[in-house]
Every structure is written in C-alpha cells, then in structure tokens.
Design a protein around this ligand. Structure first.
Ligand code: BG6
Length: 502
C-alpha cells in the first residue's frame, strides 16, 4: 500500500542551527519531498539562539548540504530548492516568553504544528510549559499540535518520571512523540513483520525452543569530541534503556491484537515492565562494564577513554556494558537476554541473535555425529548490512552420516534497491500523520529506566574503575566471563559482514 501524503503542517524546530537539524532532519524532509510524501504545504520554522533572518538559516543549510553533496550528489536538487523557500527562522531565548509570542504570530490561527525539540534535555520541560502557557499546544480548533522530543529522556528513573509528569501536566500523551531513532531503522521495523508474518518463526518463539537471546549494538567509533556529554552519561544510559530495550521489546512482546499504535505500545510496555528488577546483589553479578584503553584503532593511535578531551582523568564512566536480563513472562520464563554495547570495538554491528535449544539427537547415536550438534541460530542484522541468517545443520555429502553447519542468508541489499536514507524519514512522516507506533510512551520509558536503575545505583557507589579493553577488540574479558559462566558464548562481532566480504 502506498503511503499517503502528509497533511499541511508547520514543523517548528527548536535548535534549528544544531547538528541534528542539518545532518538528519532537513535531509530526511528533502527525501520525503522527493518521494512526494510531503508537499508544498509543509513549512519549516527554525528557532535558534543565534540572531538572524530566514536567509541566515537557509544559507547555513545550503552550506552544510553542499558539503554533504560531495558524497551524495542528489542532496541538493529541486526538492531542496522547493523546500528552501518554505524555511523561515526566528531567534530568541527558549526560556523567555518573547519567542513563544513570535511563534504564535508566525503560525497564525488554525495551523497544524509539530514542535520538534532538538535541544539539550534541560530545555525539554520548560519549552513544553511555555508552549502550553502561550496556547500553542491547544488543539480545540480541530488542528493538531504535537511535540517531538529527542533522547535522552531523563537520566534515571526519577528524572524520567519527573519529566513525564512535567510534560503531561501540559499536554496529552497523544500529543507527545518521544523519539528513539533506532525505531526509524528499516530492519527494526521488520522485526515485527519477521515474527508476526511468519508461522515458522513465531511458533518457535518461546522458552520451549529458545535457549537464549543476544542483543548487540557495538561501534568502531570512539567517544571523539563528545567527551563532555559522554562522561556524564556512559554506555548504559546512552544505549540500553532506549535503543537496546526497543529491540528487546520488539523481540519479546506478545502479538498485538491489531497494528494500531496503542495495541503495539501496550504490548511493548508490558514486556518492558516484566523485565526483572534486580536487587543490588543480583545487579553486581548480572552486569559488567569496561572502558577502552589506549591503542591502535583504524590505523590511528587512540588515546585511552580517560585521556579523551573533556573526560575526567579519573572518570569511572563505562564505554562498554554487558547485561544478563530476564523478562518474567509466561513465554520467556528462564530465557536469559544478554545485551552488550560499546564504543571503539572491532566492528559496527547491531544484531539480534536467537539461539535455539539443542535437539535431543538420540537418533544420531552410533553414528559419526558423536559431538554435540551446534544449536540452530537466527541472526537478525540491523546494521550496517541489513539482513537475516539462519544457521542449520545438514548432512555432509558422502556415505557416512555426518553433519555440517550451514547458513541460509538473506541480505536486504541483494533483493531491494534501498535508497540511502537518514532513518528519520519514517519518524517525521509518522509525526506529521499522527501515528505514534514508532514513538515511546511514558510508561515504556519509565519501565526501561526501572530495569537499569539497579545497575546505575551499584555503579554510582562503586569506587572501582571499569575494566580496560583494547580498542578494536570484542570488549573486556569480564563480558566473556558473564556469558561463559552460563556455558554460552557471544556471537562473534561483524561475522555476517566478513562473510559478505565487507
Ligand atoms: C545515539 C548515541 O543515541 O546512538 C550514540 O547517543 C550512538 O552514542 C548512536 O553512537 C548510535 O546510533 P546509530 O544509528 O549510529 O547506530
């Protein structure tokens, strides 16, 4: 089914001169314009601290897009020229009233608006309060007024609850679009289809057949110039309660009774609320952390994390984390979910690995299949090389009864001509048409923070430093110990990429 064009809307971007706007939001809207999903009735009103007029913002974006065009020649084309004319700008302090009066004037009455908060999190609550105080979130005239909020949404359970309370005192949940950019990724959206459109997969999807689940999001990039943000955040906060838990929710949720946004969000929230909340003692044995040391990475000498610009030399912040979690539900009872994420590692690899139970293999007694058969595995590669791979055992050719593991591989790129996208296209499109499926609801966010809070608490009180690991490695030894204790192994990082010759 083709997607319908969006209704007329003004996208009001707070933080219009920032990196997110030029790198992701504007290129995504150009792509939507190109595919005719947004038309001439989309306006952009940029708000920033720097003084300037409409031409100021247009010029800034021009400059940035020219720079991008080196790699991607289609970025600046008629779609951009047409959008460019519909971009305006006004400057002011987000905490003062003047700017909100000005926004009101610019929008005029009866205009649909989506307010996008591409600003530091300390402004989220205040901006929503000011929007409401100036009547800008009022939908009583039949228009829509939505607020899109970037991550990080809170820094722990208490702050996430406080922020939700502050926002929901002003607007309805149906007006709030909390972003997690992982949900904009094509393969993440495919997780639900893979499960619920395939009897072969879904009928095995429970603790009778699944031994354990691994969810991985590793990166080669180091902390780089983000030292200030990262040292106050760490790998756990940065990646787990949001991105990794969104993947976990898609994998572990019960089938929704419809593809309606609320039905899906209900199921996702339910499973996140079922994540076991560890006691401090349990948290100590179910989570490990590391920080990269100095060493060669991608042909350059990387300084140790603690020697990174804007990072405290005695920082205890982790750049790698691995957890063993349980979703206490009928379906998943006893099935561990191992999660890991980190920076400066050997491969960029976001994947989900489902390892099935071993077969009873009684019929192979008296044959050469005398060692344990490798378990079946389903590997869902989210990025960078989207696809799926199913590892099964077959008989090896010849007269003897012996087996070999083989893999049935599917790569998106082999089958589809996937246009280069930013990952924000579907999120912005859904924001404009009012579909909240790919956005996080207040209860889901809080459930995620509740599950990681025990780790935050024990590490806050722990004076030891995270274990060091070598840049370009698979992570610290303590991560291997975490899983090997259970006689299991991590799936090798980047293995599908290597197989595909990348
Ligand atoms: C962001 C984190 O939310 O996600 C970054 O703050 C991380 O630290 C990024 O690098 C990963 O996203 P992606 O889409 O590059 O996998």
């Amino acid at each position: 089914m083709d997607a319908a064009p969006t209704p007329p809307v003004t996208l009001v971007i707070f933080g219009a001169t920032g990196d997110l706007t030029r790198r992701l939001l504007v290129p995504a809207i150009i792509n939507l314009t190109r595919s005719r999903l947004v038309g001439e009735d989309l306006q952009i009103l940029g708000i920033g601290i720097e003084p300037g007029d409409d031409e100021f913002l247009r010029g800034r974006l021009d400059q940035f897009l020219s720079h991008l065009s080196g790699e991607e020649p289609r970025v600046k084309d008629e779609a951009w020229e047409s959008l460019r004319r519909r971009i305006s700008y006004t400057s002011g302090d987000f905490t003062k009233d003047d700017i909100f009066v000005e926004i009101g004037k610019r929008l005029g009455p009866n205009a649909n608006a989506a307010f996008y908060l591409a600003v530091p999190p300390s402004f989220f609550g205040t901006i929503v309060e000011k929007l409401a105080a100036h009547g800008l979130t009022d939908e009583s005239d039949g228009v829509f007024r939505r607020v899109a909020i970037e991550k990080p949404f809170g820094t722990d359970l208490a702050s996430a609850q406080a922020l939700n309370a502050q926002i929901l005192a002003q607007v309805e949940e149906s007006q709030v679009y909390r972003l997690d950019h992982f949900l904009g990724k094509e393969t993440v959206q495919n997780l639900m289809t893979a499960r619920f459109a395939n009897m072969m997969i879904e009928s095995l999807w429970n603790n009778r057949y699944i031994d354990h689940v691994q969810i991985t999001a590793t990166e080669i990039v180091d902390v780089g110039s983000r030292g200030k943000f990262y040292d106050a955040t760490g790998a756990l906060r940065d990646m787990v309660p949001n991105h990794l838990f969104q993947l976990l929710a898609m994998i572990a949720m019960e089938p929704p009774n419809s593809f309606d946004a609320e039905a899906i969000r209900n199921e996702k929230s339910k499973v996140l609320k079922a994540l076991r909340i560890y006691t401090p003692e349990e948290a100590k044995t179910h989570g490990v952390r590391g920080a990269y040391g100095a060493g060669p990475l991608n042909g350059t000498e990387l300084p140790a994390y603690r020697d990174t610009k804007d990072v405290s030399p005695d920082s205890r912040t982790e750049t790698f984390v691995a957890l063993k979690l349980y979703a206490d539900t009928w379906r998943w009872a006893g099935v561990p979910f191992y999660l890991r994420t980190g920076k400066a590692l050997t491969a960029r690899d976001t994947e989900i690995v489902i390892t099935f139970q071993p077969v009873p293999f009684a019929q192979f007694r008296e044959t050469e299949v005398n060692s344990r058969l490798p378990p079946n595995r389903l590997v869902i590669q989210v990025q960078p090389d989207e696809g799926m791979s199913m590892e099964i055992s077959i008989k090896s050719p010849g007269l003897s009864v012996d087996t070999v593991p083989v893999s049935l591989d599917f790569r998106y790129a082999d089958k589809f001509d996937i246009a280069k996208t930013t990952g924000y296209e579907s999120l912005l499109y859904d924001l404009f048409i009012g579909d909240q499926t790919l956005f996080q609801r207040a209860d889901g966010i809080e459930a995620g923070w509740a599950a990681v809070q025990p780790f935050l608490d024990i590490w806050a009180g722990d004076q030891s430093v995270p274990d060091a690991y070598a840049p370009g490695s698979m992570g610290p030894a303590c991560a291997d110990e975490l899983i090997q204790r259970d006689r299991r192994e991590w799936h090798e990082l980047g293995v599908l990429l290597h197989r595909n010759g990348k």
